[in-house]
Design a protein around this ligand. Structure first.
Ligand code: TYD
Ligand code: MG
Length: 458
């Protein structure tokens, strides 16, 4: 009998090599090669009996008929928002996140509230465990089917038989297919299982949500090509010590990736946070130094967020820089600008920065509020609670205009702020002057802002 041939596969990126390698030449990771049996794709196809070869002809783009895509409303506004308005039929969505962040809770909650019949396939929990969780989550529909199964060859007939409007797989790492002889969770297994499910989704127009584990670097475990294969990749993240969770789009073939959905983890599941401004703002009294408010925009949605900073004298040689929810490199850059522009003694100070609620926000318009908070703490002068900020800061200390400034201003006004500091680059934008009653302060340089806020007491 012929000895089965094996190959070594990088568990990080899926690269193959005939012999074991310590470092993957493709992705640069160490010690990621595992020995796996070689299987040709055709053998896999024929073994699984799914899919066939069809021949397509090239057609002119103007001849292609488009169908109106009606997106499936998941009855969860934050989830719809991240997807770009609901689930596109036949699309495959991958949700990644750390253990215990709430991936199973989120997907079960969707299964229990979506009007369509949903098949929830779990390879991790027993049916009774899922039922216990479902009881807490309070279903609004009665169309959810549960299947505890890990073999794709058994799952696909169940999908065919029940004909659900949505399939949820929890998780892709626990699945296995008989056509590949490696253990579940290996690159070959993940890739083949995903391929079989994606084919089924496309051929039958059934959307599938795949839940994926992430590895210690924060990437979705398994081959990177899994992310290429699916239509949408969402990351579910949050600080486990906080109740807020953020669902962020990393890739989306049917919408933008700049939107984020915010949830709050409560005793009875995830609650949608549709008005984050009010939650992220702790209504400080204006008597505490080191606190400022930025008006940030994520996707299309503006919200005010409180920034807290603590500056203290460095006790040991190397000063500490610690941030929660803000890019540390960006903070270092802003501190260097502060040193130059405001005489902030960078080398002798520890700086701690915290975005309230533990939510990570990626918006350059937060720069100004961050600098103000740091200087406020350093000088021990509080910032007026009715003032907020929206501006990007450049290396020379100039304040740059930011996008969607009108929306930021009206959000600030709605939340009861009396003054907003923005870039003088917005002066030409006359539309903002007519819509608001809030005082708009234009500043061109960071020094102007500091003079305005701290001059009296210096
Ligand atoms: P889970 O969805 O099991 O996480 P994942 O599938 O991402 O690993 O989330 C579990 C956590 O969520 C658990 O630690 C407890 C918490 N939780 C609540 O706080 N309230 C709830 O109603 C539920 C179902 C879970
Ligand atoms: Mg889970």
């Amino acid at each position: 009998m012929k000895k089965p041939s094996t190959t070594y596969v990088c568990q990080q990126c899926g690269a193959t090599s005939p012999k074991w390698l310590g470092k993957c030449p493709s992705c640069g990771q160490w010690n990621t090669y595992n020995e796996e049996l070689v299987q040709t794709t055709d053998r896999i196809r024929s073994a699984s009996g799914i899919g066939g070869r069809t021949v397509n002809r090239a057609v002119h783009i103007s001849e292609i008929q488009t169908r109106d895509v009606t997106r499936i409303n998941t009855n969860n506004n934050e989830f719809n928002r991240v997807l770009g308005g609901g689930i596109v039929p036949g699309s495959v969505i991958l949700i990644g996140g750390e253990p215990g962040i709430g991936k199973s809770t989120l997907s079960l909650q969707i299964a229990l509230n979506i009007p369509q019949k949903t098949l929830y396939v779990s390879g991790e929990e027993s049916a009774s465990q899922i039922k216990l969780r479902a009881d807490r989550l309070k279903a609004t529909t009665d169309t959810c089917l549960i299947l505890c199964e890990v073999t794709v060859e058994n799952i696909i007939p169940q999908i065919r038989e029940n004909n659900p409007g949505l399939v949820i797989i929890d998780s892709i790492q626990t699945l296995r297919t008989d056509s590949v002889e490696s253990s579940p969770g290996t690159v070959t297994q993940i890739r083949e299982c995903a391929d079989l499910l994606i084919r089924h989704a496309k051929e039958n127009n059934v959307p599938i949500i795949l839940i994926g584990h992430i590895n210690k670097d924060g990437n979705i475990a398994g081959p990177k090509i899994l992310e290429h294969m699916v239509d949408t990749v969402l990351q579910f993240e949050g600080d486990s010590s906080h109740v807020y969770r953020v669902l962020r789009g990393i890739k989306n073939r049917f919408g933008t990736t700049s939107e984020m959905g915010i949830f709050e983890m409560l005793g009875d599941g995830l609650r949608e946070v549709s008005n984050p401004g009010e939650l992220l703002l702790h209504k400080h009294d204006g008597n505490t130094s080191g606190v400022s408010v930025a008006v940030a925009v994520e996707g299309l949605r503006p919200f005010a967020v409180e920034i807290q900073s603590l500056v203290s004298t460095a006790a040991y040689g190397v000063p500490q820089r610690s941030t929660t929810g803000f890019d540390q490199k960006r903070l270092n850059m802003l501190l260097a600008v502060l040193e130059r522009r405001a005489g902030f003694r960078l080398g002798t100070k520890d700086v701690f920065l915290n975005i309230a609620g533990g939510i990570k926000i990626i918006d350059p318009a937060m720069d100004l509020a961050v600098m103000v908070a740091v200087l406020s703490s350093d000088l021990d002068i509080s910032i007026d609670a009715k003032t907020c900020f929206a501006g990007e800061v450049g290396l020379t200390g100039e304040i740059r205009p930011v996008n969607r400034v009108e929306q930021r201003i009206s959000e600030a006004e709605k939340l009861g702020f009396e003054r907003i500091v923005i870039s003088s680059g917005h002066r030409k934008n006359t539309s903002i002057l007519h819509v608001s009653t809030i005082e708009i302060v234009h500043c061109g340089k960071i020094e102007e802002v500091f003079r305005l806020l701290f001059a009296r007491s210096r």
